[in-house]
Design a protein around this ligand. Structure first.
Ligand SMILES: [Zn+2]
Length: 281
């Protein structure tokens, strides 16, 4: 009998901790986010984004209030660490803009689990072990960015800027790494972010089908709007699909309509309606 009482108390304690943590996040982060919705967004930030973040000009007016509030909350709450580079307000602003563009369709602040952004001036070369059967070799990998499971994001400033200034080439390291963080919000880098319950079955069906289809296309030597890197794993597939969804939305909608609709349901935006892309690009 005593065993069940201890078990019950332990369960109650864990449940209380969980509820307290979420209440804390709601009060602090969401509270701050909702306050910022009613504060003016500084003109100097608007000017900077108009020059360096072309997506800002594409974002529909009705989504800008969410976007502004998310950006200000993100800039205030996250720790930014520069390695060989000074992180000023404008660098924080551009990083936050990359994160918040993805979630502009939601009226809440995401990325609560993300706490640190580590910024390098340019890409980092990392020595990695490659295991092939019984053979272990090492090779250099050039990293433009990386998303860590504990809630940190590593970015190359040079590549972040280049990704944003080419908004229609299908590559954007900022979107890619923050998509990984959305994926890991539930604790698992498995290509399935936190979803409304009703969306889970559709998500796994469509993602599995699309993954196999893109794998087949590349095996047959054909082209795809989705970068080949996406078929490395389901987590990379979601990150690469996110890049295509925002950078080549009309082509993605044309070539992979099911995948487009799924991402539209998840992100709650329809970038194919935004200006600035031709389907032939
Ligand atoms: Zn990745």
């Amino acid at each position: 009998m005593e065993f069940y009482i201890v078990l019950f108390m332990l369960f109650t304690f864990i449940l209380a901790l969980y509820l307290f943590y979420h209440l804390y996040l709601y009060l602090v982060t969401d509270g701050r986010y909702h306050l910022y919705k009613y504060r003016p967004f500084p003109q100097r930030y608007r000017d900077y984004l108009e020059r360096w973040f072309p997506f800002y000009n594409l974002l529909p007016r009705e989504l800008k209030r969410n976007f502004h509030a998310c950006v200000l909350t993100f800039m205030e709450e996250k720790e930014f660490i520069g390695v060989g580079i000074e992180v000023d307000d404008y660098k924080k602003l551009l990083i936050a803009a990359n994160a918040c563009l993805l979630t502009a369709g939601r009226d809440r602040c995401e990325y609560k689990h993300v706490h640190t952004i580590i910024l390098y001036p340019e890409a980092v070369v990392k020595r990695e072990q490659i295991v092939t059967g019984y053979v272990v070799s090492e090779e250099n990998r050039v990293l433009l960015g990386e998303a860590w499971q504990g809630g940190a994001v590593v970015l190359s400033w040079r590549d972040l800027i280049l990704g944003d200034l080419n908004p229609r080439d299908g590559r954007n390291v900022g979107f890619h790494e923050f998509a990984h963080q959305l994926d890991m919000e539930d604790g698992f880098p498995d290509g399935t972010p936190e979803l409304p319950w009703r969306l889970y079955p559709l998500w796994s069906q469509v993602m599995e089908r699309e993954y196999k289809k893109i794998e087949r296309l590349y095996r047959e030597g054909k082209r795809s709007v989705l970068d080949r890197y996406g078929i490395t794993s389901p987590a990379e597939f979601f990150a690469v699909a996110t890049e295509a969804f925002f950078e080549k939305p009309r082509r993605l909608k044309e070539e992979e309509p099911e995948l487009y609709t799924l991402l539209e349901l998840y992100y709650r935006v329809d970038p194919a309606q935004w200006e600035g892309e031709t389907t032939s690009s």
